[in-house]
Design a protein around this ligand. Structure first.
Ligand SMILES: C[S@@+](CC[C@H](N)C(=O)[O-])C[C@H]1O[C@@H](n2cnc3c(N)ncnc32)[C@H](O)[C@@H]1O
Length: 243
C-alpha cells in the first residue's frame, strides 16, 4: 500500500473508535497473563487503549506499556484507571522502559504490525532485553492460513450490515513480501471512512526462530486463553517464550 505509515494508522479517529472496544477475550487473557506476572509487574508491547492492561492491573499487576500511537495512549489516559499505567511512546522493537519484568506480552496479532522480518526479530530481541532471567514473553496471534489461503489471497469480508452503516474489510495478500494490505471501509449516511492497515503475516515456526535469534526458546503453545491444545484445527496461538 503506497505511502502507508504504521506510525499514523492508529490516528485520532481510529483511537476514538477503539477506546471502549471489547473483543470478548479480555477477562480470560488477564487471568492467563496474571499467572505469569508472578512478582507483580508486566510490560505490554503495543498497549493501545488498555483493553488488556486495565483488567490485568485490576488483578494487582503493575502494568507498564510501550505504544507507538499517542492517540491510543490519550484514550487510555482518559480512563480513570488508565492514569496509573506508565507508557513510553515509541516503537516496541526499539523503545525501552529501562526496567525488567517477569512478563512481557504482545497480543491481538500485533506482532504482524511490524512490516519487515528484521523489525519482527528486533521486537523479540527487545522483549528479551526487558525480561528477568525467569521471565516469559507471551505472544498471541492468528495463524496466517486462518486469514488467507492460496485461493483466497484477495477478499472482501462483510464486517457489519446495518440500516445506516455497512462495514467492509477489503484485503490483498502478497506471498512474496508476506504483507497483507487491508482497508476497513465504513459506509455511513454521513460519508465513507477508511482505516487502512498493513500486516506482515508470520507462522508460529517463524516466530520460534525469531525467539531463538533473540536467545529464547518456545516453552509452551496453546490455541487460546483457555489453554486448549494447539492442534491442526487451531486458528490462533498463544506462544510462551523463555530463556
Ligand atoms: C490492534 S491494536 C492492539 C492494542 C492492545 N494491545 C489491545 O489488545 O487492545 C494495535 C496497537 O499496536 C500499536 N502499534 C502498532 N505498531 C506498533 C509498534 N511498532 N510499536 C508499538 N506499538 C505499535 C498501535 O498503535 C495499536 O495501538
Amino acid at each position: 500500500m503506497k505511502d502507508f505509515d504504521p506510525a499514523t494508522s492508529f490516528g485520532v479517529d481510529v483511537a476514538a473508535d477503539y477506546a471502549d472496544y471489547k473483543r470478548g477475550d479480555e477477562e480470560d487473557a488477564a487471568a492467563f497473563l496474571a499467572e505469569f506476572a508472578k512478582e507483580g509487574s508486566a510490560l505490554e508491547f503495543a498497549i493501545g487503549t488498555g483493553r488488556i492492561a486495565l483488567p490485568l492491573a485490576k488483578k494487582g499487576v503493575q502494568v507498564d506499556g510501550i505504544e507507538l500511537s499517542p492517540h491510543m495512549v490519550e484514550q487510555l489516559r482518559a480512563k480513570p484507571e488508565g492514569q496509573n499505567i506508565n507508557v513510553i511512546i515509541g516503537d516496541m522493537s526499539r523503545a525501552t522502559t529501562n526496567h525488567q519484568y517477569p512478563l512481557v506480552y504482545l497480543v491481538f496479532n500485533t506482532i504482524f504490525n511490524l512490516l519487515t522480518a528484521d523489525d519482527q526479530i528486533r521486537c523479540f530481541e527487545n522483549a528479551a532485553r526487558h525480561l528477568t532471567l525467569n521471565g516469559y514473553f507471551i505472544v498471541e496471534t492468528a495463524l496466517p492460513h486462518a486469514w488467507i489461503s492460496p485461493d483466497k489471497s484477495d477478499y472482501v469480508h462483510t464486517e457489519y450490515v446495518g440500516q445506516a452503516t455497512v462495514g467492509l474489510d477489503v484485503a490483498r495478500y502478497d506471498p512474496v513480501t508476506q504483507l497483507l494490505e487491508e482497508n476497513h471501509i465504513r459506509f455511513t449516511t454521513q460519508g465513507i471512512m477508511m482505516s487502512p492497515i498493513v500486516c506482515r503475516l508470520i507462522t508460529p515456526g517463524e516466530m520460534d526462530l525469531m525467539a531463538r535469534i533473540a536467545g529464547m526458546r518456545l516453552v509452551q503453545r496453546f490455541a487460546n486463553w483457555q489453554r486448549s491444545p494447539f492442534d491442526i484445527h487451531s486458528k490462533a496461538h498463544i506462544s510462551i517464550y523463555g530463556f
